[in-house]
Design a protein around this ligand. Structure first.
Ligand code: CMC
Length: 428
């Protein structure tokens, strides 16, 4: 391999391929001409060695536990910034001035209401529907209500659709919750912050005024920051792949929500809390650690391990601190937090987890905070989807704006039967 090209010996024929460098992080070997020159594909199920695109949004160094958005470390953003500011940063590339931030927040606020007819759409769901099922359906349906922002070749329409999605997700998620508990939908109150408004739409009732607790508002805003974007993860790649065919943004985000729902991805926050409840008390931890290590048992420690992080997930560090702040401010405790801390300590000292570099991820502690705030477990992944929407739309915009963008179309290693002749049923 030379400085700027890699060579491959394929049956005596030497192929050279350019090496491209990013700002930071591993270089990539540009294999786009490989098939034309060798008649061979690369093989990388699960994309463990494949960069699928150029992106200037988010950088992760999984070995060092680093996460940067547009260059800014997640710890600094979580401590000093707000979800609106991080949203602006992800969408526009730079931190906003004070005027730009006010203008952006006003724009998002103006889009918080949902078309009134969507209320009847909700009533078609069963009351016990999972909020993520409702989110997939309602977000997909937005394209039927907001046709005027579905021309993806128009950058203005693309930005309006992005603002609409960021603004409407809290309303959609809160309505999914309200519907499940049989309470009236609460309309947005644009005098509140993005996160305060979401808390009121979720926990407020028309019969009483709702006062937003500033500590809870700040904690939830921070959780939203921690989930805002995460490079080319499964749901973001789903949004990009769906968008690469020219599908409208509402349909693409619905696809992302569907992918996020899985327990290996966003569904892990729900699964992690359910697991902690099942473990119950610290004395039962060794039994579950043994199960997680047993190859014949499908059980895994939920909220542990990550495809990219082979070190402590920096989001989990902030999340653990936030649990302590929320508990102190609400004057609550949760024995599950103690169980989680002990589980973490035991796992981090166990050779199985050490050798495989399995550390707590963002989902390990988030459920404990969300539960203390009052969210039912089934809402956890819906909150992840709400926050990740900005990352999805920013990545989608970046892809559509790229003049070299093509439809995503992976190839395969075919392992089925070779060509054979059809036999009529009486001859089989
Ligand atoms: N508990 C026990 N063993 C584990 C775990 C775990 N949580 N995670 C990975 N392993 C083992 C796995 O059995 C495998 O062992 P071996 O090499 O002996 O076969 C090895 O570690 C590598 O695992 P993998 O499944 O090949 O790794 P992956 O990169 O494909 O999977 C993961 C990453 C996140 C899907 C996986 O670690 C996992 O299932 N974790 C639990 C679910 C979870 O917490 N997901 C949230 C991820 S962060 C938020 C998000 O992305 O939405």
């Amino acid at each position: 391999m030379s400085d700027n090209q890699a060579t491959l010996n394929d049956g005596g024929k030497t192929i050279t391929m350019p090496i491209k460098s990013g700002t930071i992080g591993p270089d990539v070997i540009d294999i786009r001409k490989l098939y034309a020159e060798t008649g061979k594909f690369t093989y990388d199920p699960g994309f463990t060695s494949t960069a699928s695109c150029d992106s200037a949004l988010t950088y992760i160094d999984g070995d060092e536990g680093v996460l940067l958005h547009r260059g800014y470390p997640i710890g600094q953003l979580a401590e000093h910034s707000s979800f609106m500011e991080v949203s602006y940063l992800l969408l526009n590339g730079e931190l906003p001035s004070s005027d730009e931030l006010s203008q952006f927040s006003r724009t998002i606020t103006r889009h918080t209401m949902l078309h009134e007819q969507l209320m009847t759409f909700y009533r078609g769901f069963r009351r016990d529907a999972h909020p993520m099922a409702v989110m997939c359906g309602v977000v997909g349906a937005l394209s039927a209500f907001y046709h005027d922002s579905t021309d993806i070749s128009d950058p203005v329409q693309r930005m309006i659709a992005s603002h609409r999605l960021i603004a409407k997700m809290p309303t959609i998620a809160a309505m999914a919750y309200k519907y499940s508990v049989g309470q009236p939908f609460i309309y947005p109150d644009n005098s509140l912050s993005y996160t305060g408004n979401f808390l009121r739409m979720t926990f407020g009732v028309p019969a009483e005024p709702y006062v937003v607790n500033p500590v809870v508002e700040r904690a939830l805003d921070r959780i939203f920051i921690l989930h805002a974007d995460h490079e080319q993860n499964a749901s973001t790649s789903t949004v990009r792949l769906a968008g690469s065919s020219g599908a409208n943004p509402f349909a693409c985000i619905a696809a992302g929500i569907a992918c996020l729902w899985g327990p290996a991805h966003g569904g892990a926050n729900e699964a992690a809390l359910n697991m902690l409840r099942e473990i119950g008390t610290p004395d039962r931890i060794p039994h579950y650690i043994a199960r997680a290590k047993d190859k014949n048992d499908p059980f895994r420690l939920m909220g542990f391990g990550h495809r990219v992080y082979k070190n402590y997930d920096p989001r989990a560090t902030v999340m653990q601190q936030t649990v302590r702040e929320v508990f102190a401010s609400l004057n609550v405790t949760d024995p599950l937090f103690e169980t989680a801390l002990q589980l973490e300590e035991i796992a981090l000292n166990d050779p199985y987890f050490v050798e495989k570099k399995l550390f707590p991820n963002v989902d390990f502690y988030s459920g404990i905070i969300l539960s203390a705030i009052g969210f039912p477990t089934a809402m956890f992944t819906a909150l992840f989807a709400l926050a990740r929407t900005v990352g999805w739309v920013a990545q989608w915009n970046e892809m559509i704006s790229d003049p070299g963008q093509k439809i995503g179309r992976p190839r395969q290693l075919y392992t089925g039967p070779a060509q054979r002749d059809y036999l009529p049923v009486d001859k089989r």
